[in-house]
Write a protein that binds this ligand. Structure first.
Ligand SMILES: Cc1ncc(COP(=O)(O)O)c(C=O)c1O
Length: 368
């Protein structure tokens, strides 16, 4: 079979289909000289709030700024925030930026998300908030997390950077805790054409605070009630997101179909395939397998023109940037094991059935 060239995500193919709509809209906005916030951002906020079954959406400049604002608005300064060390670095960085103290707990083997039993054991009077990360497109088991948090009076901030449109017991990811944060990094299930993000919540007061903090502590030009940040969303990004939001459910459905095909073709090999808990509708931001001989398999796939990635090769408590966090190797055995074995295969709505056949054919070849 001829060697193919398969990227992790194919944004060029997606752009080809959207080019007419996006360039027309961008032209209109450039002609109007409309570049920051404005009507397009407000409309996106309305539409995204409805999509997430939330009262408010506050559009911001990235997923990282969304997390920072959510933590700051939750008053975590000087107090503990419980989260997982098996996530993208931004989850933990945001806690530090908001003046909080990170308390990591291990993940569940089944979903790689925050372990609710570990949470219950680790809440203390110092704890202000818990931040479950809905990793790879699957929600953590939120009911026990919400229950323990409610009992202890903790704020629940969902990191939904990878779970746009996912469901937990029929409820939208992002609608479950007090606040939820989304990233629209270009490769996400809903991605902008640059950095962008959003915070969603139901409280009027929290939404107003988030909005002010993200715009220099101001809700009236040149009048400032808090020291804030420049975390505003660009108008051009809101325009792309409004267009793409209309396709999100169809694209997620395609991702699920691709994941199903991968599962079918990889069955029986010495690999662990993604498990979808009975409570979840997964949106497969990533399709992640566990392989003991990961590096050799990656090389075989790279030699066959297939891109792969590792999300994430080093659990955060073992990153040099957190060397003074008081944690060390061995503290979180599940996170450490998964970081040694996880391998993300290409997945995006544009990936064809024949490409999945090609990729899985090469993996089967590898295992003889
Ligand atoms: C789980 C998680 N949290 C936070 C972020 C940060 O989002 P952004 O890159 O938009 O700042 C990401 C982005 O990759 C992520 O995957």
């Amino acid at each position: 079979m001829k060697t193919q060239n398969i990227p992790m995500v194919n944004l060029q193919a997606q752009y080809k289909r959207l080019e007419g709509e996006v360039s027309e809209k961008w032209k209109q906005l450039c002609r109007k000289g409309s570049f920051i916030l404005g009507e397009e951002v407000e409309k996106f906020e309305e539409e995204f709030a409805v999509y997430c079954a939330r009262k408010h959406a506050v559009a911001v400049s990235s997923g990282t700024s969304a997390l920072h604002l959510a933590l700051e608005a939750s008053g975590v300064r000087g107090r503990e925030v419980i989260t997982t060390p098996f996530t993208f670095i931004a989850t933990a960085e945001a806690v530090i930026h908001a003046g909080g103290k990170i308390k990591w707990i291990d993940i569940e083997k089944r979903t790689y998300c925050l372990d609710a039993e570990e949470l219950e054991k680790n809440i203390s009077p110092e704890t202000a908030a818990v931040m479950p990360v809905q990793l790879y497109g699957c929600s953590a088991d939120m009911d026990p997390i919400l229950e323990s948090s409610r009992k202890a009076g903790l704020a629940v901030i969902e990191d939904c950077a990878q779970s746009h449109g996912a469901l937990y017991k029929g409820r939208k990811s992002g609608s479950l805790g007090d606040i939820a944060c989304f990233s629209f990094y270009p490769g996400k299930n809903l991605g902008a054409y640059g950095d962008a993000g959003c915070v969603v919540c139901d409280s009027d007061e929290t939404a107003q605070l988030l909005r002010r903090l993200g715009n220099h502590g101001s809700d009236k030009r040149y009048y400032h009630t808090e020291v804030g940040y420049n975390y505003r969303m660009d108008t051009l990004q809101a325009a792309v997101l409004r267009i793409k939001l209309r396709y999100l459910d169809t694209w997620n459905e395609k991702r699920r179909r691709i994941a199903g095909l991968y599962n079918e073709r990889l069955k029986g090999l010495p690999l662990a395939l993604p498990e979808v808990p009975e409570y979840a509708e997964h949106v497969f931001h990533q399709y992640v397998i566990l392989a003991d001989d990961r590096e050799k398999l990656m090389k075989k796939l790279a030699d066959s023109g297939i891109a792969t990635a590792i999300h994430y090769p080093v659990a955060l408590h073992m990153q040099p940037s957190f060397s003074d966090s008081g944690y060390s190797e061995g503290d979180f055995p599940v996170s450490e094991e998964i970081s040694r074995r996880c391998l993300s295969l290409p997945i995006c709505p544009e990936l064809s059935e024949s490409q999945v056949e090609y990729i899985t054919g090469k993996i089967r070849e590898f295992y003889g």
